[in-house]
Design a protein around this ligand. Structure first.
Ligand code: PMP
Ligand code: GLU
Length: 408
């Protein structure tokens, strides 16, 4: 019998990736599933980015890069932070990794000691709480609800802080809710943090460019917070480059140096070709980013309209990212073929198996009454998917036990 370490045994599987995999398995069996589970854009990486990658291959970028990434890329990122965010960073404070996911994990592994508390507002992205566990920290979850726009208040943050608080993870625009903190709201949180200089802020800004309410605001803009903020970002979402695996963090020097040391022992620098592609993405024409943002906004409007038409689903208007996170509590507790659906993960499974729409139950996001639909897919798919969801939920309501709700 082989024993997996206790550290790993305590870890949950990534629910976003698991639901996507299940959906792909059903598709492979010939079932016509619409996959709204994984958060990944359906656009292709822009041609000028692909050309830069081809050139990198031809130019023999085939040797190890520096662990933190090429200086040229880190300078380009510093330029992006200056031009787009008005923030001054030197290249030695930037560490490039295999996706923003690794950047968040690097930051946590570098700052959290066993037993340290990490404050995470819920609903949260599935991997944060698991990464905290990996770092042997303790998750301190602040709950919010749809009525408060899924955003925490300064009073809630204050109440969650203890002498053991090591870090606070903020995600705006937020996955899974699509909520975006305004400058005023960030200032309110920054004011609370001002009284607790030992707390490090991890600001996940991967959805920076997918924002429907205006300019992106970073909590790092407040002087007293900047020197203890780790900004996490990357090219996955803005430039349709999820599979290239290139993310980065911008941090205080000590944290960047620690991430460099950590990464030097377990992954080295990210792929050279992806680095050269990311450099081109940031330096090239930015109209592709706006074109995709506008498409997401149209899809957001469409899915909000369609979902609002489903009885008893409580719908919240997302202001950024590409997820809809309705409250589906009305349907929890109902039964299908005599089997009770007792939480949103089971509801997601019901929608997949009977409605042939893949979504992710809110349980994995710390919001058991909600369900996440990623709308990073065509309008045609969204129309069909929401029609199926409606039929499946109405069938639950009426206690219809017809086998194939998808085609009824
Ligand atoms: N943070 C959030 C909030 C995300 O949704 C994602 C998406 N996977 C990531 C980080 C990681 O992005 P990447 O693909 O660059 O690893
Ligand atoms: N961020 C995406 C999501 O939430 C990608 C999947 C993942 O990395 O977990 O679906």
């Amino acid at each position: 019998m082989l024993h997996i370490s206790e550290r790993l045994a305590a870890l949950s599987l990534s629910e976003t990736l698991a639901m996507s995999q299940k959906s792909n398995e059903l598709k492979a069996q010939g079932v016509d599933v619409i996959n709204l589970s994984v958060g990944e854009t359906d656009f292709f990486t822009p041609d000028f980015v692909k050309e830069a990658a081809e050139k990198a291959i031809r130019d023999n970028f085939s040797f190890y890069s520096p662990v933190s990434g090429f200086l040229s890329l880190r300078n380009v990122i510093a330029g992006k932070l200056k031009n787009e965010n008005g923030l001054d960073y030197t290249s030695d404070r930037i560490v490039c990794s295999n996706g923003a996911k690794q950047s968040v994990c690097n930051a946590l592994l570098c700052i959290v000691n066993p037993g340290d508390e990490v404050i995470i507002p819920a609903p949260y992205w599935v991997s944060y709480s698991e990464m905290v566990k990996l770092a042997e920290g303790r998750n301190v979850i602040i709950t919010t609800n749809i009525e408060q726009d899924f955003k925490i208040t300064p009073a809630q943050l204050k109440a969650a802080i203890t002498s053991r608080t090591k870090a606070f993870i903020l995600c705006s625009p937020c996955n899974p809710t699509g909520s975006v903190y305004s400058k005023e709201e960030l200032k309110g949180l920054a004011n609370v943090l001002a009284e607790h200089p030992h707390i490090i802020v991890i600001s996940d800004e991967i959805y920076e460019h997918i924002n429907y309410i205006g300019k992106h605001e970073s909590i790092a803009q407040f002087d007293h917070i900047r020197e203890r903020t780790v900004i996490v970002n990357g090219v996955s979402k803005a430039y349709a480059m999820t599979g290239w695996r290139l993310g980065w963090l911008a941090a205080p020097k000590e944290i960047a140096a620690a991430c460099n040391k950590l990464q030097g022992q377990y992954t080295s620098g990210p792929s050279n070709v992806a680095q050269k592609a990311a450099e081109a993405a940031y330096l090239g024409p930015q109209d592709c980013v706006e074109t995709m943002r506008q498409a997401f906004e149209r899809r957001r409007n469409l899915i909000v309209r369609l979902a609002s038409d489903i009885p008893e689903l409580k719908v919240h208007q997302p202001e950024g990212a590409f997820y809809l996170f309705p409250d589906c509590s009305y349907y929890i507790g109902k039964s299908f073929k005599g089997k009770k659906i007792s939480n949103s993960a089971e509801l997601a499974m019901y929608l997949l198996e009977e409605g042939h729409v893949a979504a992710v139950g809110g349980v994995a996001f710390g919001a058991p009454n909600c369900i996440r639909f990623s709308y990073a897919t065509s309008e045609e798919n969204l129309i069909e998917a929401m029609e199926r969801v409606k039929r499946a939920l109405v069938a639950l309501e009426l206690n219809i036990t017809k086998c194939d709700v998808a085609n009824s």
